[in-house]
Design a protein around this ligand. Structure first.
Ligand code: MSP
Length: 509
């Protein structure tokens, strides 16, 4: 049976217009989704928008637009971002969708039925920007949240979730499943937060209208994070636990998030799930931030970088490549235009583009516009470059699955470097008249290595990888990772199209 894989991005607040940070979350999630599809899995990739809560309500009021019209408009910009970035999501959920509202009501009722919700009074600090409650000890001297966001004092009737009761169960879960949170440093953060003592969580507000009402309680609106987190279930038909999507995907859930929303995903969410008798996510993977001069890139700080601008200037795949290659996953990355130009030129253009251009032009000119002839089945034997190509997948897949995108890409770049060295050392151009068979074999080995490079780059730079595979005339149905072996090697005599440059060079600053 085909294995299923469920992967999600956070759903984006619609108070903000999409910027490089959102693009990054989308792109790394897309890489994983594509990687698992090319591995032969049945993938569901979910993204969407988080449209309720005070923050969104305030933005709509500030713009003087009815909340529903406002969220319709901004949600659309996040859909457009997906299209602009060539994101392969299978679904786009909005928290204003009826299917989502139904799921939120269902989970609320389940928590209530199981005895985990009670009514009391909340008095404490709340940050609208973070949509989060903070305890007294977390508030800084100048009355800010640890994130730097302003806080306000709230005192009102509220429903509570008995989070404190889940402390030991959460610790036990992470002890028994140490691989769930990645990177490890984030896991340690979560564990110490849980150990510091969990307080019951306020999960309804009377001072909020824009949201999903508490069942049979006119006054109360469900806390936006309980609402938002449930999106991961609503898209797979919760509460219908017998639905095939629910049965196949829920046990395989992988949540990709930014480090700023770890507490919600790794503490509150698993506690809600346990309380609702549901299994817990398989992985919670937290990435770092894109920063500028040490500050998180965000609209409220006013230092945003608009993805569309960079895509127009450098090309979509160049942008995807830079974001996924430039930083060690989990760490912050300092955005710099010079680094972007440098990455694109030194790797995509000089290493991969150059390799393709040199080898394909030679083949086109000297091998009758076709994959070289005179190749025997033992071509792989004793060939170091093809051995490197064969062994590349294992290292690459381990890195991507970790996930460590930069090193996964690095293995492909190393393979291209080896191929460039192989051309230089074997100088096929000098053999044209003296030993044409040998020239054909050398060129064949290079093109066959490029086939690996093209297949491996598909999750990262899908359009360009397709161009590479097209340039090599690799059949459409032989582009999966299972085709990375000698059995599916390039077929001699297959016509190739006129080679075109795939990765242009850019001028530096
Ligand atoms: N709505 C919540 C998530 C609810 S999920 C059930 C939210 N939305 S957000 O729009 O503020 O952030 C969405 C994602 O974008 C987060 O993963 C966040 O980390 C990411 N980024 C926003 N700015 C970022 C950077 N400057 N750099 C990298 N990613 C950051 O939180």
């Amino acid at each position: 049976m085909t294995k299923s894989f469920y992967i999600t991005t956070p759903i984006y607040y619609v108070n903000d217009s999409p910027h490089i940070g959102h693009a990054y979350t989308n792109i790394v999630t897309d890489i994983l989704a594509r990687y698992h599809r090319i591995s032969g899995k049945n993938v569901k990739f979910l993204t969407g928008t988080d449209e309720h809560g005070q923050k969104v309500e305030k933005s709509a009021i500030a713009k003087n637009i009815p909340a529903q019209d406002f969220v319709d408009q901004v949600s659309q910009t996040f859909r457009t971002l997906c299209t602009d970035l060539n994101i392969s999501n299978d679904d786009f959920i909005r928290t204003t969708d009826q299917r989502h509202k139904d799921a939120v009501i269902a989970i609320w009722q389940k928590l209530q039925e199981n005895g985990h919700i009670y009514k009391d009074k909340y008095s404490g600090w709340y940050s609208v920007r973070d949509e989060a409650f903070y305890s007294e000890s977390e508030i800084t001297e100048d009355k800010k949240a640890p994130t730097g966001a302003p806080v306000e004092w709230v005192e009102e009737e509220s429903y509570f979730f008995n989070l404190s009761k889940w402390q030991d169960k959460l610790l036990q879960f992470y002890e028994e499943n140490p691989e769930v949170i990645y990177p490890k440093s984030r896991k340690n953060e979560v564990i110490s937060f849980i150990k510091s003592g969990l307080k019951d969580l306020s999960i309804s507000r009377v001072s909020l209208n824009w949201g999903i009402g508490v069942p049979n309680e006119q006054k109360h609106t469900i806390y936006v994070w309980l609402d938002a987190l449930t999106n991961y279930l609503s898209a797979i038909h919760y509460p219908d636990e017998n639905n095939d999507d629910f049965k196949n995907y829920w046990p395989e859930a992988h949540h990709i998030i930014g480090k700023d929303i770890l507490r919600f995903h790794a503490v509150y969410w698993p506690a809600f799930l346990m309380a609702a008798n549901l299994t817990l996510p398989k992985k919670i993977i937290a990435h770092g931030w894109w920063v500028r001069d040490g500050q998180k890139i965000s609209k409220s700080i006013g230092n945003i970088i608009v993805p569309a601008d960079l895509i127009n200037e450098f090309g979509l795949d160049q942008f995807r490549y830079f974001l996924s290659r430039e930083i060690t996953f989990g760490n912050d990355g300092n955005y710099s235009r010079a680094n972007l130009v440098n990455r694109v030129n030194s790797e995509l253009s000089n290493k991969i583009g150059n390799l393709l251009q040199r080898s394909l032009s030679m083949v086109y000119k000297n091998c009758a516009e076709e994959i070289p002839q005179n190749i025997t089945d033992d071509i792989y034997e004793d060939n170091k470059l093809l051995a490197d190509a064969l062994s590349c997948f294992e290292k690459y897949s381990k890195a991507i699955e970790t996930p460590e995108f930069s090193s996964a890409i690095g293995y492909v770049i190393e393979l291209a470097e080896q191929a460039n060295i192989y051309i230089d050392e074997n100088a096929p151009w000098a053999l044209k008249n003296t030993n044409p068979e040998k020239m054909q074999q050398i060129l064949y080995v290079i093109l066959e290595t490029c086939r690996y490079i093209g297949i491996l780059l598909q999750p990262i730079i899908p359009e360009s990888a397709t161009k590479i595979l097209h340039a090599l005339s690799v059949p459409q149905d032989q582009r999966l990772f299972m085709h990375l072996n000698a059995k599916f090697r390039l077929k001699s005599g297959t016509k190739i199209p006129l080679p075109q440059a795939i990765f242009p060079r850019f001028e530096g600053e």
